[in-house]
Design a protein around this ligand. Structure first.
Ligand SMILES: [Zn+2]
Ligand SMILES: [Zn+2]
Length: 414
């Protein structure tokens, strides 16, 4: 009781102080009295992006970072993945790196619209969640094949077609186990368009007023590429992993938005990733693009917005990266992190963070699902089927409930 009194007294004291402060503020400052009051009956504009809450203008595009980090995906950053949405309704994914399928799910876009993926190269931090998008998308409303564009290798075994043929084979048990249970249309083989990684500024996609071009990149082995999207007089550039290269310098010039990798600094590779100095120098300056080199490239191409990715963006790493970029580049810059959002119009580039719902469920399918064909089921062997413990008595009420609710006559498997 005594404790409660103290609490009440404290609350009254606090209220008095607040009221006094409010009154003093009012009387001593005209600006407060003039301030626009928008609460409690009116909301002000959001300064974050809530998925599925904003229309895109016909001449606007939106980019959302679904992965900005490293091969070892972590809670804060999945590996490379970028969703580009155009005002004409088209949506494109650039890379589907490890961990990114979860970020894609958070955006609540019907999976039927997420059927076009462009892969920069075949490191897992750039396509490691393709299996999750393939199966999860098919399960949740993508009722058509997943289309994938990616580079041929210098040998067939290092090309996108080979990788995806074998990924499809690796998913044999998964796919076979779903036969006869769900709509089968999304589980068809990947629809792969492989193209020459050496082709310079060559068209790899052209539909619905959108052109996607490919540039060679220099990274690990022959094969990696970058992409340029042209639509509605916009130029969007997605740079895959690369040592800075002359094709990007020439063809990414004057982009509205240019993504380019920017690796973690060599001292942090040694201190935080525990690389040897020799490996850190090789990886962070020769296989990838060092921050100073990222800045030099952006000073050459002069985009309306430069986007750096492929580093763990933390309180104790981003300052060093920013400092090094700023030795060679002083233009508009985004040090990306997952769920960063760019709205791009002719007049403006607005950068915000998306706020996502952790309890998100897949959005409804945009087409009526096909009913399963039980004749396609692959049966258990007699030995495994015989191991079923009899639960029919406790499950039957669910059948009765659903059959009555939906006017069906479904029966339990025997
Ligand atoms: Zn790579
Ligand atoms: Zn990478």
């Amino acid at each position: 009781m005594k404790h409660r009194t103290v609490v009440v007294a404290s609350a009254i004291a606090l209220a008095c102080v607040l009221a006094l402060g409010y009154l003093v503020g009012r009387s001593s400052s005209g600006s407060l009295a003039d301030a626009q009051e928008v609460s409690p009956t009116e909301a002000r504009d959001r300064d974050f992006y809530a998925p599925n809450s904003e229309d895109l203008a016909p001449d606007e595009m939106r980019l959302i970072a679904c992965g900005t980090g490293m091969p070892t995906a972590r809670p804060k950053q999945a590996a490379s993945c970028w969703l580009l949405e155009l005002g004409n309704g088209d949506k494109f994914l650039f890379d589907v790196g490890t961990g990114s399928a979860e970020r894609i799910a958070a955006l609540q876009i019907p999976y039927n619209y997420l059927d076009k993926v462009f892969l920069s190269h075949l490191h897992t931090d750039h396509f490691g969640d393709l299996d999750a998008l393939f199966i999860g998308g098919a399960l949740s409303g993508r009722q058509k094949p997943l289309r994938v564009w990616g580079p041929a290798g210098d040998t067939p075994e290092r090309g996108t077609q080979y990788a995806l043929d074998h990924l499809f084979k690796a998913l044999t048990w998964d796919r076979d186990g779903r036969a006869g249970i769900t709509d089968p249309r999304g589980y068809q083989p990947f629809d792969v368009t492989e193209f020459d990684y050496k082709a310079v500024n060559a068209i790899v996609y052209q539909e619905n007023g959108v052109t996607v071009r490919s540039l060679p990149a220099i990274h690990s082995l022959d094969g990696p590429v970058s992409f340029i999207v042209e639509w509605n007089d916009f130029k969007f550039v997605f740079g895959g992993d690369t040592y800075p290269n002359k094709w990007y310098a020439e063809y990414a010039t004057d982009a509205d938005l240019a993504i380019h990798e920017c690796f973690i600094t060599v001292p942090d590779m040694i201190a935080k990733f525990q690389f040897t100095p020799q490996s850190a120098l090789a990886v962070a300056t020769q296989i990838h693009t060092a921050p100073e080199a990222f800045g030099k490239m952006m000073s050459i191409i002069k985009p309306r917005m430069a986007v750096a990715y492929h580093f763990f963006n933390d309180f104790d790493t981003s300052a060093a990266i920013n400092d090094r970029i700023r030795t060679t580049y002083d233009g508009p810059l985004s040090l990306s992190v997952d769920y960063m959002v760019w709205n791009i119009t002719k007049d403006d580039i607005r950068v915000r963070m998306a706020i996502v719902d952790e309890d998100v469920w897949p959005p409804p399918a945009t087409e009526e699902p096909l009913l399963p064909d039980p004749s396609l089921r692959i049966p258990y062997s007699a030995m495994i089927a015989d191991g079923k413990y009899d639960m029919s008595d406790v499950i039957q009420p669910t059948y009765d409930e659903i059959n009555e609710q939906y006017g069906l006559n479904e029966k339990q498997e025997q």
